[in-house]
Design a protein. Structure first.
Length: 150
């Protein structure tokens, strides 16, 4: 997926291969970089402390009318349209946040989809070979813990 990012008043076009992979592989002006996003405390920038805020994925932002559907309720939705290639979980499986639960192929690229939640799979709503739309429910969970991966 391509993004436009501005750093020090200079705009770059950045292509991210798989945002869920660690490290994240980014291509900037034809040059490949491996980036590991920080977890935990953030660093200070230019001598000024960065304001730290708790992240709540289910809290709607001021500009949105509804919460993020991919992170709300008891199901995980497709982050992109494509074809389900492989499914790694079944009903009754205990899943930890960050575990690869299935693979979606989009534009000849295989994308590992990681669980956003820790919990127990109550139902797998898709099957291998099935085409899925963006934000289509994929997996339903029960016994969700407070742990969210993103």
């Amino acid at each position: 997926m391509k993004y436009k990012i501005t750093v020090n008043n200079q705009t770059y076009e950045v292509e991210i291969e798989n945002i869920n992979a660690r490290p994240v592989v980014a291509v900037v002006d034809g040059e490949r970089f491996e980036v590991t996003p920080e977890s935990g405390a953030q660093k200070e920038a230019a001598g000024k402390p960065i304001e730290k805020k708790a992240f709540n994925p289910n809290q709607p932002s001021l500009g949105s009318k509804a919460p993020n559907q991919a992170l709300s309720g008891d199901s995980q939705t497709a982050p992109l349209p494509g074809t389900v290639v492989e499914i790694f979980v079944k009903a009754g499986d205990k899943v930890e946040a960050g575990k690869v639960i299935l693979v979606i192929e989009a534009m000849k690229m295989k994308n590992s989809i990681r669980s956003l939640y820790s919990g127990v799979v109550s139902e797998v709503l898709v099957s291998a070979g099935q085409s899925v739309a963006h934000k289509q429910p994929l997996i339903k969970f029960t016994d969700l813990s407070d742990t969210a991966w993103m």
